[in-house]
Ligand binder design. Sequence first.
Ligand SMILES: [Fe+2]
Length: 239
Amino acid sequence: MDRRKFVVGVGGLLLSTGGVKSASAETKDGLVMPSKACKTSVRHTPGPYLTADNLIRTDIREDLPGAPLQLALRVTHSLWCTPIEGAVVDIWQCDAIGRYAGFQNIEFDMTTLRVAGMGADYSSESFLRGRQVTDENGVARFTTIVPGWYFPRLPHIHVRVILAEQVWTAHDIQLFFPNDLIDAVYETEPYAERGPMPFDIKRDIVVKGDKKLAKKTTIAMAKDGEGYAGDHEIVMEGL
Ligand SMILES: [Fe+2]
């Protein structure tokens, strides 16, 4: 993603959070206290595919096929609405046909929706997992692919943000995609071999039909050359 597009993207994020707001308030006795100016982002379960460690790298594709995605994640502070530099950002996701590295995958029968048996064993693989540290603008960047789907989930990317190696600050969130983008991408190879996405917002076990929640956690996407550019802001708990 070129710099100009990213600046536009960040501008959009600032607008979506109301821009720079008053981050302090004077009390009766004259003390200036921070006020909660930016709403903390929603938290999700990390799910069953979290691993203890990830490689530090921007490009997490390991040559896997799929629609290219330049993902920029911006980490900000809920009290001050300012970027957080030095936050550790991990992402992990499935490949174009719904399989995670680091695990023995499970196959589901799509008719009965029951576990059908063990799938690919990727427990010694590391694809589509990575770690970056946010820069002075609070941004961590990754080069990845649009994920495929797996049972019973909407396509998503998992994110964990930890501030300055303080494990207790871990903020887990799952980021989703606009439906029209997913429909278009899933008509192309290698996604097309599995057909259209069979799940909707009501059948996702994390979103559970909550449209507001899904909207708040949908990545802002734009076409970018042969692939896509996406950005999202994660507002961390005030510390
Ligand atoms: Fe997942």
